[in-house]
Design a protein around this ligand. Sequence first.
Ligand SMILES: [Ca+2]
Ligand SMILES: [Ca+2]
Length: 347
Amino acid sequence: MSLIKVKSRGTDNVSGRRNIAINGAMQIAQRGTITGIGASSATVYTACDRFNIYTTGSAGRLTASQEAVTDLGGFPNALKLQCTTADTSVAAGELFILGTRFEGQDVQGIQKGYSTAKEVTVSFYAKANESRVHVCEIYDVDNTRQCSKAFTVTTSWQRFSLTFPADTTGKFDDDNGLSLNLMWHLHSGSNLTSGTLNSSAFASATDANRAVGIGSIVASTNNNFFITGVQVEIGSSASDFEHRSFGEELQLCQRYHFVRNFPGADARNAWMFPISPSEDNYRRTTVNLPTTMRTTPTVTAGFSHTGGTNGVDGGNWTGASSVSFYVNGINSNTHAYVNNIVATAEL
Ligand SMILES: [Ca+2]
Ligand SMILES: [Ca+2]
């Protein structure tokens, strides 16, 4: 399961962009450390962009951080998941799933649903505090089909290479919605583990067959899980990890999440201006996003002004490439600004 199959460039892995995954080397961490994951049944984005935890029903809690790595050449960063509250009384519906999600329009090369459908190889480096089985799953959200592969982490870094079969049933939508969900099952009750692992071919999803045989990251507060070097590529083997520049990865991540960092308290440079000289009480500012986001983002921000009410403009004022902020009814001859802007358009 943990064998490394790095082949010379052949028919499967041609040169050029190979890695469909974004931020696979865990370089980008716009959100910082996230604590208490598990407190709500929801998708929580972790410290490292594009990687989320979906959780429901467990008393267990995880902290997600970007960890500095010094014992794995080429990968100075990893996503670390640390159990901070254990849960050994496992109800049927409990789960913790690490995942990264793909737009349909970005996975068309897999040719899923066509007679020419391709195999997909998922490779990654992982280790943990102990030897423990986890399951990696590709889930086709458009057609509710899946395939799972088990792997065993140990206390040392290993590169895992898991080749998923071609699936000639069920095409991915060609749009900006969620089509492919790549997941690592880290804890699960019997709802996802009571059957037989569906590992040899894609099949219509049966929950009981998705995560059979896994250990639990929340079995003990000693438990952790480290992962980096995530690569998703077309073909039957893993090629060397495709290292991309920090700037390129940041821009790819900003399609889904953007944190506008101000260098200091005096640099609140999104000042708001009257919309005309005679309308001093109505202030607006438009902030251009650094890259066009996946869709119109959900935006949070801080405002400073005297009098009036503020918000993010809707309608045609705010879209996938810019956000407009307003203050209506501000006191005359006072100033206003907006800061701490966070825009999210995750899948
Ligand atoms: Ca429990
Ligand atoms: Ca879809």
